[in-house]
Design a protein around this ligand. Sequence first.
Ligand code: NAD
Length: 335
Amino acid sequence: MEMLNTETNRTSSEQLSSAAPTARIAIVGSGHVGSTLAYALLLSGLSSEIVLVDTDSARAEGEVMDLNHAVPLSRETRIWLGDYEDCASATIVVLTAGANQHPGETRLDLLQRNMVITDQVVSGTMKHGFKGLFLIASNPVDILTHVVGKLSGLPTSRVIGSGTILDTARFRHGISRHFGVDAHSVHAYIIGEHGDSEVPVWSLANIAGMRLDDYCIAHGLVFDDSTRDDIFSKTRDAAYHIIHRKGATFYAIATGLVRIIEAILRDQNTVLSVSSRVENYLGINNVCLSLPTIINRQGIVRQLHLNLNEQETAALHRSAETLQNAFAQTSLAKQ
Ligand code: NAD
């Protein structure tokens, strides 16, 4: 029975190697985002084991077969089609299962559908004694991060939402394009909801430590409100534009997830804009949203206290309220 499919079966693939020191990453949901994450992770060589779990086991098995054929050409990695028992011993379980947005739908519109799936994934994994970290990408990611924290009972530090890592990358890309400077030299963050109420922190955005206004004065450039609005609206609405054209977004989020996994596995103390439970932050409590956050092997180390201006503080409060109102619609709100 267990040898029916030697390429994808857990038991037979476990027999392939018992030697590798393990960083097991379990990916629950092997659709666009999950399979792209698995591929990016394989190429990165960061994890020695990748487990895919999906209710559509035929599709997931196809992904596993395809990925395994890339192993001889890339990095030695054990990849198999698994179950929640395999998730329980993973270092990180990544949640990429669930419905994605159809054209015109907001991320918050996905809540009811993806709550049910999240419940199944968390209870299935916790039942087998999971003690690792959850990394959530499914939308609405901030609410589902809150939900996973509640359902799993894990410490806040071990439940991380991909949050605005993607929006921050899009924002840095937009600023980089405008100024003609490599995005790696642009430091700027999107905070709050991964969604329509997200907040651009213009006041702290800088190129090589120079705030954008100072950079413009020093180099005789103009950076007016309409240019800012244009860069931000292209950032905030990027998913709508991409989904309209190709039905889903996956390369950039998969790359962002790999970056978070790298910060965890390599114990890097990296600052990334991810979503996690917020308490006592400028008067904001009991909500998951994104802030620049130090991440290492323990998960969330600390959310950075930004010196926001009045307008940004007010916008962050509005974003937190949007998320609190959405969470209040869930059955977990009163627990
Ligand atoms: P998809 O439809 O391509 O894949 C979803 C997969 O989940 C499918 O293979 C499906 O069979 C599986 N699934 C459904 N219920 C399941 C369950 N109970 N257990 C295991 N697997 C289950 O969708 P996608 O494009 O990969 O998007 C996945 C999620 O990621 C969506 O919620 C989407 O909105 C979100 N997303 C988030 C970001 C971000 O920045 N956080 C970016 C892009 C997409």
